[in-house]
Design a protein around this ligand. Structure first.
Ligand code: MG
Length: 393
């Protein structure tokens, strides 16, 4: 049983931006667009299998620059003249995959929490529709018809809710309701629950999260930027350890630098023991297995491979979690070769591969006082730590 999300990003929505800039969903919040922020909770959620984004026909290149490829994301589809028409385009595009349930979400709501997705999917077990909504807490007034607004009455707010997104439905039911509504002469419906209501589909109200607001005005965009900038970052530390033995050869590769030596290191790849330890440290910091799991030594394609592919993969996994490497530190244990003359080249190489400043990269070396396997010059050991900063909310 598959669950899909439709992200409606086809609006021109330029009220939040300067006249010279484009639609708000392509504005940056920190280093990612509003749209990428809005899609991400669905990509990260285990119960969501497919994401269908609906864009404006003029926005293909903005979209391509905005959204990182992900196996869950289906090819984009182009929307219509109204939000309602665009949602229908998204629902129609899902017909070939026939999801059981669909969550429809505004691209301009970048602060969706995974718990809201859980609550909506849970509510769909007993109701064909469920929306995220907030009870109205302000006192509500209606106005007179005079030119200068005056209060006509105070409205009882006790049974009133503000409808947010996502709005979640059984896929077949909401598709049929949207198709029926598309030929209706009523004014465009402003949300999907109203279309469900018109089709007599029961829709449950699930209390949502006030942070899941819609960016509409320049003030909203400024607030969204402040919220992203103020997100607390949690440091995560990982460690790695590796050993490779010597075999016949003329140089060893350590931290990506070839160092002349009486032997080389034996291994399936280039046997860069230091880079392997560092790769494991980074994977450890984000709790994502180890180098052998992602690049099995039984796989022929990694034979003789330069180890920077392993390190780059670990760095990409950190980026995919929206994390940032703060610093790394490597210790190489051997009697020979001497590391000191190559230390700065090693630091520079690691800094370049990881994409951090060189003062965040430590490379150190020690002998083991001729004790043990490294002391007997049978091989080289390496240890590493890495600190990753991850958003803690
Ligand atoms: Mg290794």
């Amino acid at each position: 049983m598959t669950n899909a999300a439709v992200i409606v990003a086809a609006g021109r929505g330029s009220r939040a931006t300067a006249a010279t800039s484009g639609p708000k969903q392509y504005e940056l919040l920190s280093d990612k667009t509003v749209l990428q922020h809005s899609i991400q909770p669905f990509l990260d959620h285990q119960s969501i299998d497919l994401v269908q984004v609906v864009i404006h026909p003029e926005d293909q290149s903005l979209y391509d620059q905005s959204v990182q490829a992900n196996p869950k994301i289906l090819p984009v589809t182009v929307g219509g003249a109204t939000r309602q028409a665009s949602v229908l385009c998204g629902l129609m595009a899902l017909q070939s995959t026939q999801p059981a349930k669909v969550l429809i979400h505004d691209a301009a709501r970048p602060f969706l929490k995974p718990s809201t997705i859980d609550q909506l999917l849970s509510a769909l077990k007993t109701s064909p529709g469920a929306i995220s909504a907030l009870p109205v807490s302000d006192t509500l007034k209606s106005q007179t018809s005079e030119p200068t607004a005056k209060i006509a009455a105070t409205i009882d707010r006790s049974a009133l809710w503000r409808a947010l997104t996502p709005q979640a439905f059984n896929y077949q039911a909401i598709l049929a309701a949207h198709q029926a509504a598309s030929s209706s002469t009523d004014l465009p419906f402003t949300d999907d629950a109203s279309i469900a209501e018109a089709a007599n589909i029961d829709v449950a109200l699930v209390e949502g999260d006030p942070h899941n607001f819609k960016i509409t005005t320049p003030g909203d965009l400024a607030l969204a930027r402040q919220l992203v900038a103020a997100r607390p970052l949690e440091p995560r530390v990982g460690q790695g350890y590796d050993v490779h033995k010597f075999t016949e050869g003329s140089h060893v590769t350590l931290c990506g630098i070839d160092v002349p030596h009486t032997h080389k290191l034996d291994g399936h790849s280039d046997a860069d023991v230091a880079m392997h330890a560092l790769t494991d440290a980074i994977l450890g910091a984000i709790g994502d297995g180890d180098i052998g799991q992602h690049f099995p030594p039984t796989d022929e394609q990694w034979r003789g491979a330069a180890s920077d592919i392993f390190l780059k993969d670990a760095v990409a996994r950190v980026a995919a979690k929206d994390g940032r490497l703060s610093n790394v530190d490597v210790t190489i244990v051997c009697e020979a070769p001497k590391i000191g003359p190559h230390r700065e080249a090693m630091r520079a190489e690691l800094a370049k591969i990881i994409g951090i400043e060189i003062d965040r990269v430590g490379v150190k070396a020690t002998t083991s006082e001729r004790l043990g396997f490294t002391g007997r010059r049978e091989g080289i050991a390496a240890m590493a730590t890495a600190t990753v900063l991850l958003s803690s909310d």
